[in-house]
Structures are given as C-alpha cells and as structure tokens.
Design a protein around this ligand. Sequence first.
Ligand code: SIN
Length: 279
Amino acid sequence: MSITVTPSGQACGAQVLGLDLSKPLTTGEVADIKKAWAEHHVLSFPDQQLTDDDLERFTQYFGKLGDDPFLRPIEGRRYIAAIARFADETSPIFAESWHSDWSFKARPPIGTCLLGVTIPPKGGDTLFANQHLAYERMPESLQRRVEKLTAVHSAVLAYSPDGLYGKPDPGVKSAMQPIISDEARKTQTHPLVITHPVNGRKAIFGCMGYTIGIEGMDEVAAEELLRELHAWQTKEECVYRHQWQPNMLIMWDNRSVLHAATGGFEGYDRLLHRTTIWP
Ligand code: SIN
C-alpha cells in the first residue's frame, strides 16, 4: 500500500493516509513512516480502529516498549498508560507544561504514541513545538552560548512529594493518579543541543520543568538562560496545534519536539492510551 503524507502547514506535523494499522505493516511501509516521521516529527493517522495489541505492535516498529517511570499502566498491560480526565474534573490539566517525555532518564524515549479512545467534541488539542526550528531561528549569539552546555534534568518538580503532582487536593477528584516518589529527585545530564540521529538537524533538548539547571552555572544564571531559551522554544511560529478526531493515533519524536496538553473540554470525558518508544 502506498501512503499519502499531508503536511499540516504549521511548524511541524503531517497526516498519514493509506495504512490500516490494525494489520501488521510491511518493511516498506515502516520505512515510509520513519522517513515521514524524521521530516515532520509528529504524524497523525486518522480513521484507525485499533486495539491495545495493535498500539503495542505499532510502537515496536520504531523502538522498544518500556515502563513509564511515574505513570501506572492500565489494568492488564505493562506498557500502556492512560491519559484521562473526567468530564467534571477541576484539577489542573495533566501535562499542560511544555516537555519532552521522561527527559530525566539516562536514555529517554525517542518517541511517544497516543491513541484517542474518548475524544471530546471540543478542546483537548495537543501542542507541539518544533525544536529544530526553534534552534535554527534563534540568534547565532544565543546558539553559540548554548551549543556546548550540559543540562541537568530531573522529575523533582513534577513527581516528587514536593512536586506539582505531589500534593493533590484531597477534595478534588482526578482521573490521573501518577506515582509520587523520592525517586523523582534523581538527576541526569544531557547536552542542551542535540543532533537528531536520523535527520541530522540540531535541536534544543529539554525545557524548563524537567530541566532544572545547567552544569557549571549558578542557579540564578541557569534559570535566566532557561527562561530566555524557553521563549524561543515555544514561539508561536514553532508551534503545531494538533486537533484530535475519534479513532486517531499520533506519534511524535521527543528529540525534535516539545509537547503540551491543553484544556477546553469541560463537561466531556477525555481518554487516550499512550506508549513510549524506547531506544
Ligand atoms: C501527554 O503529554 O502525553 C499528554 C498529551 C495530551 O493529553 O494531549
């Protein structure tokens, strides 16, 4: 089957037609998807009727399945997490800050797959910021300042007992029940600028939130630099707004984009099944 790849017309993202992902793919089809993925960084596959087995099989064409560090898997599965929110929920939107998934791991997941199970009729878009464009469009002087730096990543601000998700309001019910642990305090370093191994383009890797410092810089200077970078990383011109449809699967490349969830679907349940693609 030959595939049709239609770019979103925004900073990244493309829609892929011509595949039935409920069936095993040929080597040629996988190669076509990989090529489109390296070019567009976020791919969406509409009109797919997929089971959790299909989601896991699809994920494994691109890397290994792996455990999510701070999300419990859904019942009966080891590698699938639910991104869920109740219609009447008032807790903060989960994953609303820009991030690259689990960037605080020594070898973070190269990508993520997200399958729409219950998609609200409005809102709940996922935003993606193209980090190749962000790097390429920043002033040369800033590129030079950051290109040799090493960033310190950690989940402390999110999943430690003092983190964002560490003290849920007991009076507010939440569909997301992340694992809160002192493990989240661990740190891991990565270059602040990486070169993508497939498309060869440079990108800023990581973002305020999971990036908590810069090696060799004091806290204040590091935070100032991270804030300056953040403004470039999330500029409107670098952003693709993904609008969901029922029965849609998307995959994104964590080495090329940051992503962020959005709200705007009060009164409707939202449920997606997620796998991460590990190197
Ligand atoms: C995520 O970060 O995996 C969640 C994205 C979303 O809910 O749109």
